[in-house]
Ligand binder design. Structure first.
Ligand SMILES: NC(=O)c1ccc[n+]([C@@H]2O[C@H](COP(=O)([O-])OP(=O)(O)OC[C@H]3O[C@@H](n4cnc5c(N)ncnc54)[C@H](O)[C@@H]3O)[C@@H](O)[C@H]2O)c1
Length: 325
């Protein structure tokens, strides 16, 4: 199939593009490089363009069979202070893409959704059928797009897979590509940089949560397990099966303190850290129940925290030795 990977010069999109190529799909990456990097798309046809640019989209869509939509702004805090930026890119941009796809006669899309659509869940592990009540504009923008997909499916037979990622982490085993956000806000790269002495001491947001060690619990999913979930979702849609919305997580929760221990074990260095107050809106625990993805997509995570931290550490070491732009 010819797969258009929108946002394929970013972290998760670049890993998925490689996974698609490895199983024989033809990949075209479409990216405005706002938070992506040309070198992450090396080896692929890269079309530089913005999803809000209708004519650029229309020309790249012709000849494609399916879309994977990774492009979005994705900082929760920034979405609170600048919702306009988020609704413009994630909602207006998303709709522009959907409409151009329908007009081009494409009817398969895989969407990067998030556990942020659930907000603060009443029950953990999270099942897909609980109410979706996002608590920040980022989550609202993702829920809007999920609902647009549901409407387009009913009205136009547009088939989708909404993949609700939990915390993406880790890097490709090759060490050539990995996580690269500017600014970086994710726990594992920040802990690794603190351990290496190339970043500030890690801030631990709250140690008084109702969890066994008092720190927040999250479900860390290896980026290449996420990439495989996209392959399974594409096979599912290719087989003419119904649209799906599934959690993509491991089902295992790790606390901030457990992540710090894993980083210390892998690097052999201590992680300087300080405990600071909780961040507003951070739920104590977000862990997936991944059973639905396993039964509908025949997908299951195969890597755990140790592989996540080891591959992220190799990537951090590689990254410090190369020019990235
Ligand atoms: N990283 C996570 O833990 C996580 C968790 C849940 C969901 N997600 C979602 O997964 C997706 C990918 O996340 P990521 O961490 O790889 O982010 P990223 O910033 O590395 O990748 C996003 C890519 O999209 C491109 N892009 C953004 N707006 C665009 C536009 N208007 N037109 C064309 N290209 C555009 C960027 O340049 C970038 O290459 C996002 O939609 C994000 O909301 C990520």
């Amino acid at each position: 199939m010819v797969v258009l990977v929108i946002g394929g010069a970013g972290y998760i999109g670049s890993h998925t593009a490689r996974a698609l190529k490895a199983v024989g799909h033809e990949v075209i990456i479409f990216d405005n490089l706002s938070t992506g990097y040309e070198f992450l798309a090396a080896g692929f046809k890269l079309v530089k363009g913005d999803v809000l640019d209708k004519s650029a989209l229309t020309s790249v869509l012709s000849g494609c069979d399916a879309i994977m939509h990774f492009a979005a702004h994705a900082y929760v805090g920034e979405s609170v202070t600048n919702p306009r930026k988020y609704f413009r890119n994630n909602v207006e941009g998303g709709l522009a893409l959907l409409n151009a796809a329908v007009d081009a006669g494409i009817n398969k899309i895989i969407f990067s959704s998030t556990c942020a659509v659930y907000g603060v869940p009443a029950k953990v592990p999270i099942e897909e059928n609980i109410p979706r009540q996002p608590v920040n504009p980022y989550g609202v923008s993702k829920l809007f797009f999920e609902q647009a997909l549901e409407a387009y499916d009913r009205a136009y037979g547009f088939r989708y897979a909404s993949l609700r990622y939990f915390n993406a982490a880790g890097a490709d085993e090759s060490g050539e590509i990995g996580e690269l956000h500017e600014p970086e806000t994710h726990l594992i790269p920040l802990a690794l940089r603190a351990a290496a002495g190339v970043g500030p001491a890690l801030q631990v947001f709250g140690s008084d949560y109702p969890t066994p060690d008092g720190t927040c619990i999250r479900d860390y999913i290896h980026v290449n397990d996420l990439a495989t979930a996209h392959l399974r979702a594409l096979e599912h849609l290719e087989a003419g099966k119904e649209s799906v919305a599934v959690n993509v997580g491991t089902g295992v929760g790790e606390s901030v303190r457990e992540v710090i221990s894993a980083v210390e074990k892998v690097t052999g260095k201590s992680v300087p850290h300080t405990v600071v107050p909780r961040r507003p809106g951070d739920p104590p625990a977000l862990v997936a129940n991944p059973a639905k993805a396993q039964s509908l997509l025949n997908w299951k995570a195969t890597r755990g925290l140790n592989e996540i931290v080891s591959t992220a550490w190799s990537w951090e070491e590689h990254r410090r030795g190369v020019r990235v732009r």
